[in-house]
Ligand binder design. Structure first.
Ligand code: PBG
Length: 327
């Protein structure tokens, strides 16, 4: 008989023999930025999280406590059919990046690159023919042009990473080429490579106001029944020049993270999305300790599956919890 329980005798032994160690270095914290000043508005669908104006965001960054990387989402009232405001030099994300980089030059700043928060129809691409709804109503080339313009505007502002999340074929290549052409050879790309059409994005779409007004995202985001296809998506993004590839969501997709980690040499990120956050919040019913231990278990499982980076809304609280358990 093997005495497998011997490493579980007390917390010291358990800490020492732990195969997976979650730390603040693994975590990336998303932020929602809005226009205006002195705005810190709680998001109803994601309790405990806020929409921040830039001044308030800067205050919050002072509380980061060990987190080295953030991911910015802009929330815009200026929407049109072609997402023009998304690449406005004076847009909310562009201004936020500039200010953050001035005040926190060492903080790694990533920016989401997509159209859905800036289009009146709420789709992640340029819509070409609404009467063909259900078929492919997205104009890929027109979308790639806009995504590339957004990426350059964020790079100009000082973003360390741009993170294309529109799930358009060729988006990494288009962005890489345009960045290089404009002299941003050192701006890195975090690619949302295997992004599934998921029910888990609901609370986020409420937060950003980015739900599509017709149809759904199934003609560009992946079908959750597929796993081989995720490997193809990731492989293609690596070829196109991605520095980090991502699987999204995380918790219901641990098998995909595991496969990707086994197969590819580039760092793998996993996005523990808004629905995962809300599920844990609902279970904890306001009890901070329950919330923290749930979140740490879930995030540890994502790391155990193979994620090198985890994007999570829990980062702030988790870091405090990790300190307690740190080894
Ligand atoms: C934009 C985008 C979405 C998320 C990240 N980037 C929403 C979507 O695809 O509908 C979801 C994040 C979350 O749910 O936490 N394309």
């Amino acid at each position: 008989m093997k005495r497998l329980r011997k490493v579980r005798a007390n917390s010291k032994e358990r800490d020492q023999s732990a195969e997976t160690r979650l730390s603040a270095n693994d975590l990336i914290l998303p932020y929602f930025v809005v226009e205006g000043e002195k705005v810190k508005e709680e998001i109803v669908s994601m309790p405990g999280l806020y929409r921040f104006s830039i001044d308030e965001l800067i205050k919050d960054l002072k509380t980061l406590d060990g987190i080295k990387c953030i991911l910015l989402f802009g929330i815009s009232k200026n929407k049109d059919n072609v997402a023009s405001y998304a690449y406005d030099k004076k847009g909310v994300v562009q201004k936020a990046v500039k200010t953050i980089k001035k005040d926190f030059p060492d903080l790694c700043v990533m920016t989401d690159i997509c159209l859905c928060g800036y289009t009146t129809h709420g789709h992640c691409g340029i819509v070409k023919n609404r009467s063909k709804e259900g078929n492919d109503f997205i104009d890929t080339q027109a979308t790639l042009d806009v995504l590339s313009k957004i990426a350059v505007s964020h790079a100009e502002a000082g973003a360390d990473f741009v993170a294309p999340s529109a799930m358009m074929d060729g988006q990494v290549e288009a962005i890489r080429t345009t960045l290089n052409k404009n002299g941003f050879n050192f701006t890195k790309i975090l690619a949302y490579s295997a992004k599934y059409a998921s029910n888990f994005y609901g609370p986020f779409r409420d937060a950003v106001g980015s739900a599509p007004t017709f149809g759904d995202r199934k003609t560009y985001q992946m079908d959750y029944r597929n796993s081989d296809e995720a490997m193809d998506e990731i492989e293609e993004d690596i070829k196109e020049g991605a520095d980090i590839v991502m699987v999204k969501p995380a918790l219901a997709y641990l098998d995909i993270i595991y496969r990707a980690k086994k197969r590819f040499d580039v760092p793998i990120a996993a996005y523990s999305v808004s629905g995962e956050y809300s599920m844990i919040k609902a279970q904890a019913k306001g009890d901070r300790n329950i919330e923290q231990s749930f979140a740490i278990e879930v995030l540890t499982s994502i790391k155990r599956a193979g994620a090198d980076y985890i994007i999570t809304y829990f980062s702030h609280d988790i870091v405090k919890g990790l300190r307690k358990n740190d080894v």
